[in-house]
Write a protein that binds this ligand. Structure first.
Ligand code: AMP
Length: 188
């Protein structure tokens, strides 16, 4: 049986986390969320300390390090759901190659929302006490959004244009329920 890699895409605040929880509740995926993986590294160790600094400044962790960490988490005989990975063209090329080599079908789902809505949702999350350490500084949030449009948007274009990937566009501005129903329908 062929397995799927589902790549969740979209700027921070687009609802990826919520959609991921919904998908995990109805299907058995190996879940790869690089942000959470990096946050879970021991800050007392040199690698954890270095990555912690990079994250707090709002920059991206280097591709080689990121791919190495992801590779250690990928299993060839399970469906996989990724959130926060890939983030750059290089990471996407690496993942698509891995998927092709291991006989996976790759589906990329993007939740589209405008930048202003992303910024607003991150602020709201923070004011409700649900924010993260790297959400607290508006300059770092703005830098993360800049990183997204500079480095991640070209990666999205790469996935959109790669014949090895089924690309699915979703309107992320709608209600959580509608967004989730649309994603579920398109992944059937
Ligand atoms: P996230 O929770 O996905 O917003 O990720 C938080 C931070 O972790 C990002 O701002 C980056 O510093 C780092 N990070 C997460 N995923 C990646 C990735 N795929 N490539 C590089 N850095 C990442």
């Amino acid at each position: 049986m062929q397995h799927n890699i589902v790549i969740l895409l979209g700027v921070q605040g687009c609802g990826k986390g919520t959609v991921a929880s919904g998908l995990l509740a109805i299907h058995d995926y190996d879940y790869i969320e690089t942000g959470a993986l990096f946050r879970g590294l021991d800050r007392g160790m040199p690698l954890g300390a270095e990555i912690g600094q990079i994250m707090e400044s709002g920059q991206l962790v280097p591709d080689e390090l990121t791919c190495k960490l992801v590779e250690s988490k990928l299993t060839a005989n399970r469906d996989i759901l990724t959130d926060g990975f890939p983030r750059t063209v290089q990471q996407a090329e690496w993942l698509v190659n891995w998927a092709v080599k291991n006989g996976f079908i790759t589906k990329a789902v993007i939740l589209n929302i405008p930048r202003e809505m992303a910024f607003q949702r991150i602020q709201n999350r923070l004011s409700k006490g649900g924010g993260r350490k790297d959400d607290a500084d508006p300059t770092a949030v703005a830098r993360r959004l800049d990183e997204y449009y500079a480095k991640t948007e070209p990666m999205v274009q790469y996935l959109r244009n790669t014949p090895d990937v089924q690309f699915i566009d979703i309107d992320g501005t709608q209600s959580i329920e509608t967004v989730f129903e649309n994603v579920k329908e398109k992944l059937k």
